[in-house]
Write a new protein. Structure first.
Length: 213
């Protein structure tokens, strides 16, 4: 393979990795999911602007959440939902984020090869995935999201007896509205609309004459 082709292929692969990184870390910052929950997400866990958290990933195996609060629905902003749909590109099965062969991602590999590498290029100190979770909680509080709804989205148990009386988490319309109003606190990459491809018309005798004239 020519050297120029190898360089072009390497650049393309690097760009693809960065695009996936933006989507993966955008999901973490825009939902507050634990990294084990994000890696366990399967395509069927996402429906429109709702993510259903049902499992956690540990050492390549999926487990049920440790607490009842971990089983939940997380409402997301429409821009994040659009980005995830673009990422899946019509795929109906498998892990949302996966290796090249479809297997679960390894936490240490993503941390070392993606997050820490990006932070180094930005001149920032290294941090763990929990930073995205802290960011989401801080952002939601600044937007004055009701505390019981915030805990529901994050997967924390009720703090008081009064929290148990609240039915906010069951009000899907209010949850959707609040997720849109709260926003992400950052801009997601714009998803370019996929335009239909026009069918190629068969050549006519006139066209062939014009091409050879």
């Amino acid at each position: 393979m020519p050297r120029s082709r190898q360089i072009a292929d390497a650049k393309t692969e690097s760009q693809m990795r960065r695009t996936i990184d933006r989507k993966r870390f955008g999901l973490l910052a825009g939902t507050g999911l634990r990294i084990e929950e994000a890696f366990a997400l399967q395509v069927e866990d996402i429906e429109h602007s709702v993510i259903r958290v049902r499992h956690s990933m540990w050492n390549g195996k999926r487990y049920s959440p440790k607490t009842a609060a971990g089983l939940r629905e997380v409402d997301i902003h429409h821009s994040l939902a659009e980005l995830l749909r673009d990422h899946l590109n019509g795929r109906c099965t498998g892990f949302v984020f996966r290796s090249a062969v479809g297997t679960p991602l390894a936490r240490s590999n993503v941390l070392r090869r993606s997050l820490h590498k990006i932070l180094g290029e930005m001149g920032r100190e290294k941090c763990g995935f929990h930073a995205f979770r802290r960011y989401r909680v801080t952002h939601l509080r600044k937007q004055r999201v009701p505390e019981d709804l915030l805990r529901f989205w994050i997967g924390h148990a009720d703090k008081s007896v009064t929290d148990g009386y609240s039915k906010v988490k069951e009000d899907v319309e209010f949850r959707t509205f609040t997720a849109e109003q709260a926003g992400l606190g950052f801009h997601m990459p714009t998803v370019a609309p996929k335009l239909p491809v026009a069918p190629i018309a068969p050549k006519t005798a006139g066209a062939e004459i014009a091409l050879t004239a």
